[in-house]
Design a binder for this molecule. Structure first.
Ligand code: WQD
Length: 340
């Protein structure tokens, strides 16, 4: 079976992608430094996929260690690169931590397999668009000045990959611009595991519903949106994981030209207040929330145009907001009863 290296493979999106790779007949090899993931996710994966994929605990900022990995795993035909720091707010506080980690890890992994015909899927983000002038935002929209060092690392990394490809690299590359990944695997055996107080809306909602948090603060209801709260394109993590398989398949075709970029979202926007009310509807749980001040770095509204992903990537979402809520809630209840 075709071996695919999954860096950050024990993380939220990485672990769900490992499952979908196996469902599609690939053989994942997991690399993770465990800085933002739990090693016990491996045991959870075994419960879902029935075997233990190879796992290397490695910080890809370690250049020698990354070279040694390529010697141990020479027959990798694809790399899905998730390994990066991703907290928007933290990146504003500690920019150099983000530039160092996100660039050294990318450069080292690219260098380690340089010269080999590898299909490379890069974990990018809708944050590269900033606040788009037109919605839904298409891949050809101008990339604006990033709102955070995190978003800047994604913008610069995309440019590095394009330049590498133009210079005649052995790699083929697809950048996937994720919108807001949420939800959990239908088995409720894997899901989002935020460390400490959750930064993101969905885990904060489920932790409030389960009683771990007292209430949700809605960061602003004075935006220029129908109900005043921010709008995002929330996508189920399983749909997102399947997009990575679609990207590998596209790069395996003769027609693929070397570099491309795709929006990975639903094409629909939901406001914070709509999400809160939808969670209450979907689960029957009453949520305690208050309106608070805006959060620095937030853009007002963004949702993706996914026409190109449907047409070229041959991928589209299948799971709706209700399924996102239910699966996130089932996972929260599971992890409350079965701490890892
Ligand atoms: C969503 C909305 C908040 C928490 C995320 C990832 C980022 C990127 C894009 C992949 C915002 C509001 C939140 C809370 C709130 N994904 N909110 N109260 O900021 O869109 O970014 O998706 O690269 O990496 O972080 O997601 O869930 O933090 O916020 O009102 O307690 O919910 O203001 O409008 P965001 P988020």
């Amino acid at each position: 079976m075709a071996k695919i290296l999954v860096t950050g493979g024990l993380g939220f999106i990485g672990s769900h992608t490992v499952v979908e790779l196996i469902n599609a007949g690939y053989e994942p090899v997991i690399v993770d430094d465990l800085s933002n993931s739990d090693p016990k996710i491996i045991d959870q994966l075994v419960k879902i996929i029935g075997y233990k994929p190879p796992f290397y605990k490695l910080d890809l900022c370690d250049e020698q260690g990354t070279k040694e990995l390529a010697v141990k795993e020479p027959d990798i035909v694809g790399i899905i690169h998730f390994a990066a720091f991703k907290a928007v707010g933290e990146s504003v506080q500690q920019p150099m931590k983000y530039y160092r980690n996100n660039f050294y890890s990318l450069l080292n992994i690219l260098n380690a397999y340089d010269g080999k015909p590898v299909n490379f899927v890069f974990s990018s983000s809708c944050t590269v668009y900033g606040q788009p002038d037109n919605l839904p935002v298409t891949e050809s929209a101008p990339v604006k000045t990033a709102e955070s060092p995190y978003g800047n690392t994604k913008q610069i990394a995309e440019e590095m990959l394009m330049d590498m490809q133009k210079a005649g690299s052995s790699y083929k590359v697809i950048s996937l611009r994720y919108f807001n990944p949420v939800g959990a695997h239908p088995t409720a055996l894997i899901g989002e595991l935020p460390i400490g107080v959750p930064q993101n809306l969905f885990p904060f909602i489920t932790q409030t519903a389960i009683g771990k948090r007292e209430k949700i603060t809605v960061f602003g209801d004075d935006y220029n949106t129908p109900d005043g709260s921010c709008i995002r394109d929330y996508i189920h993590v399983v749909d997102l994981a399947k997009a990575h398989v679609a990207a590998l398949k596209l790069m395996e075709t003769e027609t693929f030209k070397g570099y491309d970029v795709f929006n990975i979202g639903t094409g629909k926007g939901s406001s914070v207040l709509e999400v809160i009310h939808a969670f209450e509807q979907s689960t029957g749980e009453k949520l305690n929330y208050q309106i608070g001040p805006r959060r620095g770095g937030d853009i007002e509204q963004v949702w993706g145009d996914v026409t190109k992903s449907k047409k070229v990537l041959k991928w589209k979402t299948e799971l709706d907001l209700d399924t996102m809520m239910q699966s996130a809630w089932d996972w929260e209840k599971y992890i409350a009863q079965n701490p890892l």
